[in-house]
Ligand binder design. Structure first.
Ligand SMILES: CC(C)(COP(=O)(O)OP(=O)(O)OC[C@H]1O[C@@H](n2cnc3c(N)ncnc32)[C@H](O)[C@@H]1OP(=O)(O)O)[C@@H](O)C(=O)NCCC(=O)NCCS
Length: 152
């Protein structure tokens, strides 16, 4: 069985998370910019190793509301439940200080949409043309919400 761990993202993990982000989304996230984000109040992250870095999750809690800012799993390690495990860990951690969790997902991202809906997230809004995709195409964002006050 593959050795697997999820850890809180510390300063030493920022460069690893930025590299994973690049592999997951096909665009760079400057290490310093990610470090600055992680230093803003309420921001936190998780990183998964199996045993190499396989996934990351960035989140925020502001006045009783949780938000998933980003999640990605290495393209070579998808469908091994790393994404679901990262999300479940984030949900449990957020339940300690938030009543609900929100996130945005592109209407052109069925994989992520299925992951979130399988965890109980439901659509509460739509942002038209929210994402700019390669080639100038735009995609709408669904706003999904999970009630954290119920047993999941
Ligand atoms: C979305 C993402 C994080 C999922 O990570 P993952 O580790 O592959 O997902 P899991 O193996 O935990 O899958 C959990 C469930 O999500 C759904 N799912 C995941 N990938 C899917 C796919 N390609 N197609 C359909 N459903 C999918 C399934 O319901 C799956 O359960 P199952 O494997 O029992 O069928 C990953 O595809 C990714 O990094 N995508 C690129 C970055 C991204 O889009 N991030 C989200 C932005 S909102």
């Amino acid at each position: 069985m593959t050795e697997f761990s999820i850890r809180p993202m510390g300063d030493a993990d920022i460069a690893t998370a930025a590299a994973l982000y690049g592999r997951c989304f096909g665009e760079d996230w400057a290490v310093q910019s990610l470090r600055d984000l992680m230093r803003t109040p309420g921001c936190w992250g998780l990183i998964a190793y199996a045993p190499d870095p396989v996934g990351f999750l960035l989140a925020r809690i502001v006045v009783g509301e949780g938000e998933i800012l980003s999640i990605g799993v290495d393209p070579d390690r998808r469908r091994e439940a790393f994404g679901k495990t990262l999300m479940e860990a984030a949900i449990v951690l957020s339940q300690q200080s938030a009543d609900a969790m929100f996130l945005e997902v592109g209407t052109d991202n069925p994989a992520a949409d299925a992951l979130y809906r399988g965890l109980g997230f439901r659509q509460v809004g739509l942002r038209k043309d929210y994402y700019r995709r390669p080639g100038g195409r735009r995609a709408d964002a669904r706003i999904l919400r999970l009630d954290l006050t119920k047993d999941l």
